[in-house]
Design a protein around this ligand. Structure first.
Ligand code: FMN
Length: 210
């Protein structure tokens, strides 16, 4: 039941205590959690920005429908997709795997060619939307680990990605922002923290087939 208690403890935090900051060990946990997220074919088409600079958070707040979480959180995590997923990217992934695991080309060439062929046949939109799906998996992972580490967070789609990309120079880095996760610690007077969690009964959301 401990897992469930942790998940019940978490909520989409609307008001952070701006004086409370994550320490470096908590940040390391979240960075590694992001990096350990499983992705389709292991392609890791994602990058995460970790923003602590107050001026920058304040600037981004204006392009997040003035949602205070973005300015008041300890760190703003910006989940981005890579825009350079192509045959060469796949080659790099397999070369890395070969070095890391010390395996011969013959062992992986079949999968390498299959994956390059698969990627080459996909449109830019298809590649992008698959990468976005992976970003949501990372978001879920981060939210869960935050809950287990007693770190507050607020998943957010409500922001202007074009403006974020511009301010953070993401195009030059072959990235696009897709999701936000402000993290930190809830303010004592965040009224949302006291509210009953709203979920339909579990019997309604799960179908058991025996
Ligand atoms: C993908 C996603 C996007 C969300 N975007 C926002 C957002 O922009 N602003 C916000 O305040 N909450 C946002 N939420 C929070 C949801 O409203 C919240 O998770 C939901 O109402 C359930 O409440 P709980 O997380 O407190 O249990 C988002 C949640 C998810 C999963």
């Amino acid at each position: 039941m401990n897992s469930i208690k942790n998940l019940e403890w978490r909520y989409a935090t609307k008001k952070f205590d701006s004086n409370k900051k994550l320490n470096s060990s908590q940040l390391d946990t979240l960075k590694n959690c992001f990096n350990l997220t499983a992705t389709s074919y292991g392609l890791q088409p994602l990058k995460m920005l970790v923003i602590s600079n107050n001026k920058l958070k304040q600037q981004l707040f204006q392009y997040s429908y003035n949602q205070a979480q973005v300015a008041d959180c300890s760190h703003l995590l910006v989940l981005c997709i890579k825009t350079n997923i192509d045959g060469d990217y796949v080659d790099e992934k397999f070369d890395f795997e070969k070095r890391l695991r010390g395996i011969e080309e013959e062992t992986i060439s079949g999968f390498r060619n299959f994956l390059k062929d698969t990627i080459n046949k996909k449109s830019e939109n298809e590649i992008e939307s698959s990468a976005v799906n992976q970003a949501y998996i990372a978001l879920g992972n981060l939210m869960t680990i935050c809950a287990f580490e007693q770190i507050d967070s607020c998943p957010m789609e409500g922001f202007n990605p074009q403006k974020f990309d511009e301010i953070l120079n993401l195009k030059e880095q072959q990235l696009k922002s897709v999701l936000l996760l402000p993290v930190g610690f809830r303010a004592k007077d965040d009224f949302m923290s006291q509210l009953e969690k709203i979920r339909i009964p579990v019997e309604e959301s799960v179908i058991e087939i025996n």
